[in-house]
Ligand binder design. Sequence first.
Ligand code: SF4
Ligand code: SF4
Length: 504
Amino acid sequence: MRNPAPVATGLYEKRRGVFPARIDGTFRRLKWAIMAITLAIYYGAPWLRWDRGPYAPDQAILVDLAHRRFYMFAIEIWPQEFYFVAGLLIMAGIGLFLVTSAVGRAWCGYACPQTVWTDLFQHVDRFIDGDRNAQLRLHQAPWTASKVARRLLKWSIYLVIAFWTGGAWIMYFADAPTLVREFWSGQAAPVAYGSVAVLTFTTFWLGGFMREQVCIYMCPWPRIQTAMLDEKSLIVTYKDWRGETRGSLKQAAKDPGTYGDCIDCNQCVAVCPTGIDIREGPQIGCITCALCIDACDRVMAQIGRPRGLIDYATLEDAAKEKAGCPPTPHRKLIWHPRTLVYLGIWSAIGAGLLFALGTRTHIDLAVQKDRNPPFMVLSDGSVRNAWTLKLKNMERRPRPMQVALQGLPGAVMWSDAMGRDEAGRTLAMTVPADTVLPLRVYVAAPAGTAEQAFHFVLAATDAEGGGDRTETRFDAPRDDDDTPGDHERADHERGDHEREEHAR
Ligand code: SF4
Ligand code: SF4
């Protein structure tokens, strides 16, 4: 028998248009609320002001790339404190795990930017073209002048939203009112125009046209989430034991006892923003927005049957319910051991960051030792090492500070601004406001001093006080290096350096 000819199938399936119907209900209202809050935060946050005094920006949330600062209300993060940002990113990641563990893919269904902007664009569709059936008719209609006009109007609105979205993004990186003036007068940096152009295009394209394809094919998060879901995770579930066999009200009336509660009205499919049929079981295309629950609850109310044919449920609870047990209240399903573990980790990181923020001082000392040469033997036999100290003053006023040696008996230090004859155990200086002040420091220890660790101690000498302390290492010649040949060569090489020092 001959093998049948292979059937050619493409790897790419053409997108079927999704025209979700308008629906009202508990979850739709929740989506409205979350959409309003998230969009208000995104568009409005750069315009919030926060008084930080005369020498700092007054924008509440600002990523100040030019001055390498991140401001969030009373918090100011310097580049050296990037661990705070890293901590926040880790919290955001664990927060997503926590939300997924507690309430399934709620992030996808309610708060993900792709979901929020797609929802916004779908409302524009309904506003311009009408509800689902009108949109379907227009989609299938030939390209008449009226259809072209409607499309141009709709895409123009998309473009305005997309441009506003891209424009809002750059406001987080510069003073918003100033940037708006510069942008429209053509004086903003080219990167500002480029960023707005890129974000306008991506918002227009991803929200206006790609929509559910981003969730189903492009975004990695649904894959990660589906790997995280287990029998205790809340998902949107069609209760087939209650709904099947499907049949219309007429069929059910003719043949009582044969049909379940699902009257096969397809309302759950019609409202779905990703165009799937939840009655086929859990699937990656379901973002758990719960609009199908609203649709089905409304149908059940109309035909006088109990709500919840489609509902949030865990697989474990669904199995129990199928066996005849009453459904477990949702609030009880949220709390299970995995959720508590995530909550514990998330809270611990948050508490750690808050503690670090609350206890950090506004001055800081970093030391960098000269590596080449590690030491020099001076003409009087004493040994000298050199460092670059960085004194950080995070306050908006100059602060008097003192650097002291702790340990290293008999050693003295001096800086580029003074001679060795003025050397002592401490150095005093004023660090300008909001500055990292570099300071070259030379430390000389008596002849015979061995290699050892010691500390530089920084202290603010004003009423506010505070300080920092950093350990470093003093290098000196070792006894086993002390051969005459080495010594001579070292003396010869070091002579030039010494002469420079004495000249200084
Ligand atoms: S909305 Fe409810 S009754 Fe209608 S098809 Fe969907 S599951 Fe069945
Ligand atoms: S199946 Fe229901 S919950 Fe899932 S995406 Fe569609 S409407 Fe939302």
